[in-house]
Design a protein around this ligand. Structure first.
Ligand code: ZN
Ligand code: ZN
Ligand code: FE
Length: 758
């Protein structure tokens, strides 16, 4: 008889870990005990040598679906010999912490029970177990126990209690456990009318949707606005009410079969769609479907997710001719954060929705849907939120406890501890007062959840970012050092950390972005950096161009295009689409601005160059969401075309006067916009390769990191990746965090950590 002490760290609580260990122990004739501690899970095991090794191998190789083992240590000990195997009550170790599981979509077992007429949770919209259901969204305090969640007000019935207390039950210590007798309920409201039983409320909501109406639905992390995605009038209606004139709506389907009618789905896309996180996956639309253009204007793609809660499954049940696809766009007005309480929903979404499907399980933290696309069989995120946050990203080295506050748009913050970086769910645009509140609340919440007391705070160098201002004050009040990180260095470091890059060795950073405050106080965004975690130096950059009106120009690609033409000394003719689209007055204001340089910062942004090209070819002159022009330019590009324009590289400047002249020329010769766009994409990919080859010749670097918002462009990403690989470069792209500003906080954190550990 041998004995072992086993300690496991990672996501091992609230995910059915102890019953799993218990069952495995019984199977292998192991005696002893298992318990949760505030550091993870501890096991004492007695058994024969062979049984013990099978037991430990079983834990490591086949843990419960939501568990994530980060650390597994075992040591031989001499201890008393136990007669049986038991689950002991939890033990708290002060200062220790364990990671919290993200919210997870309904599991297969619960889905079966949901549609099983003999189950006592048959058609119950809040069925869940230790493998699925809400987590982050309902946690109010630590430790993660029912009284510290928004489920505290629901007293468990006897049956739920029995399951909750039975170590062998699928719902053992499932904190959100509930049933129709004791748990939350849904109801439907339309004006003064209220439909109160679960089933009737859901059927009423379905009727509204079938009849072309827009309803607000309370989900897992907030509200959605929904309508029949195949009903053009309903979609138009929603678009008008939401004041979101062009940005694509996300959609939701009951199963893969329903999606297949409208989109192409590869094997790996199928896996992402069905993964327990159930993100919105960007898929290629099939041609000639009944999808109204108004769902995703100007797009060949469609964002689709599978129903991820029992409520969504009941709502979308394929029965009685119910539509295959619903629009499920975030319940908010334009750029405000997603609404998450019944009261605010009725207030803010009242004018937008014809009815409300509400419930009484409160949401403590609002969490948006994640958005991803497939690259090389993995996620390539546009937004990392529900299902992923607050999962830790593991760091290559132990870190100080750091708070990194991220950028301004697409904000996330990041807290580090030991070998973990906890990147928050998507927070959004901090300029919005409510979002800013969510940002400060979120920081407090995460600090508590992971018992982190920041020793260092990191932020951008942009003096006007609200996150920078927050960091300044925080550093003062808490008397901890402030580290300011240049935006594009943060992008580079984020990409390195995302690739588990360990050393301080330099790489080539191709940082193509929209906007970031540069070290010379200009707006950067087309930067070729050489560096690592410690520091980065700029080796090349796009030539500086004027941005008349500053940030406001971002919404007017035609002004950008017109300004670039003037600055480059290229022809400025009224029949050019960009110029034509400006009023006479706008033209003279613009010329005046360029002459006086008043409110005209300079930018080396690659994002702006995409905007300018989109306008030059008449594709998009004004945008109503960030990067719209660039996104539409990508959509019309044809990957089969290999022709290319060329950039010129002089010393450290990448110039594009002749490139723009060639575009104007093609434009003059009536070359279709799609071909011009393709040649431009090829030019940028070729530029990336040329720059890397030159740096390789000069200093023999062969690792290339691609980061910054422009790398959301899939055509550019895939082309550049291919070109670089073929030339023998090793390419680091993003995997677990987005290439856009959602990844900045991680970059800031790892830079601050390295700089302060020397
Ligand atoms: Zn379940
Ligand atoms: Zn119950
Ligand atoms: Fe950026």
């Amino acid at each position: 008889m041998n004995s072992k002490e086993i300690r496991i760290k990672g996501i091992v609580q609230g995910v059915g870990f102890r019953p799993f260990v218990y069952t495995l122990a019984k199977k292998n004739n192991i005696t002893g005990w298992v318990r949760n501690s505030s550091a993870g899970v501890e096991i004492i095991a007695n058994g024969s040598h062979k049984n013990l090794s099978e037991f430990t191998a079983g834990i490591k190789s086949n843990p419960p679906p939501l568990a994530k083992i980060d650390e597994f240590t075992e040591s031989d000990i001499s201890t008393e010999i136990f007669k049986d195997f038991s689950i002991l009550s939890s033990q708290t170790i002060p200062g220790e912490f364990i990671p919290v599981s993200p919210d997870m979509s309904i599991c297969k077992d619960c889905q079966e029970e949901l549609f099983d007429p003999n189950n006592h949770r048959y058609r119950y919209p809040f069925i869940n177990c230790t493998n699925c259901g809400p987590r982050l969204t309902i946690i109010q305090d630590m430790p993660y126990d029912r009284p510290n969640t928004t489920m505290a007000n629901f007293a468990m019935c006897d049956q739920c209690m029995t399951e909750y207390e039975n170590p062998l039950d699928r719902r053992f210590h499932a904190q959100p456990i509930a049933c129709p007798q004791c748990g939350p309920h849904v109801w439907f409201e339309c004006g003064e009318k209220r439909v109160v039983t679960d089933e009737e409320a859901i059927q009423q909501a379905r009727n509204f949707l079938k009849n072309g109406m827009v309803i607000a639905i309370k989900g897992l992390g907030g509200f959605h606005l929904a309508c029949n995605a195949l009903d053009t009038e309903a979609v138009n209606n929603l678009r008008q009410r939401k004041l979101r004139s062009d940005k694509s709506f996300a959609t939701m389907a009951f199963d893969i079969r329903s999606i297949e009618k409208y989109c192409e789905i590869s094997g790996s896309e199928n896996i992402l769609l069905e993964s327990p996180q159930r993100p919105i996956v960007i898929l290629k639309q099939k041609t000639d479907t009944k999808i109204p253009d108004q769902i995703a204007p100007g797009m060949k793609t469609l964002g689709v997710m599978l129903a991820y809660t029992p409520l969504h499954l009941l709502l979308l049940e394929p029965k009685n001719g119910f539509p295959d696809l619903l629009v499920m766009t975030s319940g908010n007005i334009s750029d405000e954060p997603i609404v998450y309480t019944n009261e605010s929903a009725k207030e803010t979404l009242g004018p937008l929705a014809d009815g409300f499907l509400l419930h009484d399980r409160e949401i403590n933290t609002r969490v948006d849907d994640s958005v991803t696309t497939e690259f090389k069989g993995n996620n390539y995120f546009f937004r990392r939120s529900r299902g992923y946050a607050p999962n830790a990203i593991s760091l290559p080295k132990n870190s100080l406890e750091i708070l990194a506050v991220g950028a301004e748009l697409k904000n996330t913050f990041c807290l580090t501890k030991e070998k973990y970086a906890f990147i928050s769910h998507h927070i959004g645009d901090l300029k919005n007062i409510e979002t800013y509140q969510a940002f400060t609340d979120g920081i407090e919440n995460y600090k508590d959840m992971f018992t982190i007391k920041p020793e260092l705070i990191a932020c951008d160098i942009h003096p006007d970012y609200l996150s920078t201002k927050f960091a300044n004050i925080y550093s003062h009040t808490n008397d901890i050092p402030l580290v300011q990180v240049q935006h594009h260095h943060a992008h580079l470091a984020a990409c390195l950390a995302d690739n588990k890059w360990e050393t301080d060795e330099n790489v080539i950073g191709i940082i193509f972005d929209g906007t970031g405050f540069g070290l010379d106080r200009q707006i950067w965004g087309g930067e070729i950096l050489i560096g690592g975690y410690q520091m980065a130096q700029r080796r090349f950059h796009l030539e500086y161009m004027p941005l008349p009106g500053g940030d406001a120009a971002i919404f007017h690609p035609n002004r950008i295009a017109a300004a670039y033409l003037l600055e480059l000394g290229l022809p400025w003719e009224v029949q050019f689409p960009s110029i034509e689209s400006l009023s006479t007055e706008e033209r003279s204001v613009l010329k005046q601005q360029l002459k006086t340089r008043l409110n005209t910062p300079f930018t080396s942004s690659m994002g702006r160059l995409f905007d300018a090209v989109a306008s030059l070819i008449g594709l998009r002159h004004d945008v109503n969401y960030e990067a719209q022009a660039a996104i539409e330019l990508e959509q019309i590009s044809d990957t089969s075309i290999t022709d290319s324009y060329t950039f010129n590289i002089n010393d450290e400047t990448i110039s594009f006067k002749s490139l723009i002249a060639d575009i104007l020329n093609d434009q003059n010769n009536n070359i279709p916009a799609g071909i011009i766009s393709s040649k431009f994409h090829n030019a940028v990919a070729n530029l990336v390769l040329d720059l890397c080859k030159q740096i390789k010749r000069e200093i023999n670097l062969t690792h290339v990191a691609l980061s910054g918002g422009v790398w959301q462009n899939q055509i550019l990403l895939r082309k550049s990746y291919q070109f670089l690989l073929k030339e023998g470069f090793s390419v680091l792209i993003h995997h677990d965090i987005p290439a856009n500003d959602g990844g900045i906080s991680l970059g800031q954190a790892v830079i601050a950590s390295r700089q302060h550990c020397q």
